[in-house]
Design a protein around this ligand. Structure first.
Ligand code: PMT
Length: 398
């Protein structure tokens, strides 16, 4: 199915008291003109009748995988393919557990398994269920896999407890849905994105490197590709799967990364350097493993070329976006890099802050552009940061 046919908001409703708020969500979505297809689990139907959703969405509610009429009229793969965005609200601990484990034993989880659309999950449950380490581990896994999660709200819960676990207001969920239904607004862009660490070898078994996991760069590649750009991902060693539709060029050292980037630079429209390129490499390379000795070992390092600075000197219409990994004076240091490297935008992250460091699934960034605008953003997933970077890239472009 072509991307422009993926127009539905597919709303999966699982069985919790918050189902009544999903009814209001459907009303708001329809009011904004979104075609909505509701899928209900058996549990959800204990709380709200399918007729309520059918009346508001104007479409029959899908409920059964093995119902012949439903399967011949809508079909679970058609449902999956029709989604511009797939939302599960409310998402119970049970449905979250099934998704995390790859179980597809009812219509909702089967359709979800087959969708290529961005997925937004809105957990809602009792506070102790929400705090359960198993549930929390599942949510971390989903975040890592690129699912979008909306935090439950705090307040009085139907079970009588006070705390975190309420389904957020339908308006808040609607706002997230709007953000996820992105047009192919990067069509025509050819993006060169770097990710991960570089490794600078010392001998056949040792190297100098850093803690970059590549997650930030891979999130950018995923978001860019989803929004229609052609994406080349030049990546240092990571444990990550390259996102679908993205061309991966693996490299190891800063010198290899420089070579690959310079080779591709002339033909791309924008470069985003999220890679944590080593600033130094060891002088010389020992062909044999360096032997242990009782004397102190002096390690001499020499500077690596600054790839981004070189691009800043060569740029010819390309937008150039750098990152700044800082441990102090975040904004001032990032501004210096923006100017010294002739960048259009820089994404500064304080890597000492919880939620903003290497390897995590979240980041807290300050985005500074060449016009001097400074935007400090709250903690969000690296996928969300990536999307915002592209929103700002488009404002610079226009
Ligand atoms: O990979 P993750 O675990 O998800 O972590 C993400 C991240 C923390 C690595 C990422 O958000 C980040 O900050 N990346 C840039 C890290 C870095 O090298 O920052 P820097 O301030 O040292 O470098 C500034 C810019 O110059 C960066 O865009 C860097 O790619 C580039 N650079 C640096 C050195 C060098 N020799 N050549 C370069 O091009």
């Amino acid at each position: 199915m072509a991307d422009n046919e993926r127009t539905n908001v597919v709303l999966g409703v699982s069985g919790g008291i918050a189902c009544y708020k999903a009814v209001e969500l459907v009303r708001l979505l329809v009011k904004e003109g979104y075609p909505v297809q509701v899928i209900m689990t058996r549990g959800a139907m204990e709380f709200v009748a399918p007729l309520t959703f059918q009346t508001l969405s104007g479409r029959p509610v899908a409920t059964e995988t093995f119902n012949l009429t439903q399967e011949s009229e809508i079909g679970h793969i058609n449902l999956a393919d029709s989604a511009a965005v797939f939302v599960i609200a409310p998402a119970t601990a049970n449905v979250i557990g099934k998704i995390t484990a790859g179980i597809a034993d009812d219509l909702l989880t089967t359709v979800l398994m087959a969708t290529q659309a961005p997925v937004l999950i809105a957990p809602a449950m009792n506070i102790h269920m929400y705090e359960n380490p198993v549930l929390q581990e599942n949510l971390r896994k989903l975040r890592r896999l690129g699912y979008h999660l909306i935090e439950p709200a705090e307040g009085y819960l139907a079970c009588g407890y006070e705390g975190k676990g309420r389904l957020p207001d339908p308006e808040a969920i609607l706002e997230q849905i709007r953000g996820l239904i992105k047009k192919k607004d990067l069509l025509g862009e050819k993006l060169l994105i770097t990710a991960g660490p570089s490794r600078e070898p010392l001998d056949p078994v040792r190297y100098i490197s850093n803690r970059s996991s590549g997650k930030m760069g891979y999130a950018l590649a995923r978001a860019g590709s989803r929004r229609g750009a052609e994406v080349l991902l030049i990546s240092g060693p990571t444990a990550l799967e390259p996102p679908a539709g993205v061309k991966l060029m693996p490299v190891t050292t800063a010198a290899e990364m420089r070579h690959a980037v310079l080779d591709e630079f002339a033909t791309c429209t924008a470069v985003i350097m999220a890679a944590a390129v080593a600033d130094y490499h060891p002088v010389g390379f020992s062909q044999q493993k360096i032997k242990r000795d009782k004397k102190p070992f002096d390690l001499r390092l020499e500077p690596n070329p600054d790839i981004l600075k070189e691009l800043g000197e060569k740029k010819n219409g390309q937008l150039l976006i750098g990152f700044a990994a800082e441990t102090e004076n975040l904004t001032a240091n990032a501004q210096k890099k923006l100017h010294a490297k002739n960048l259009d935008m820089i994404i500064a992250n304080d890597v000492t802050k919880e939620g903003s460091s290497f390897d995590g699934d979240t980041n807290i960034v300050t985005i500074i552009d060449r016009g001097g605008a400074i935007r400090s953003l709250p903690l969000m997933s690296k996928d969300e940061v990536a999307d915002l970077i592209f929103d700002y890239l488009l404002t610079l472009r226009h």
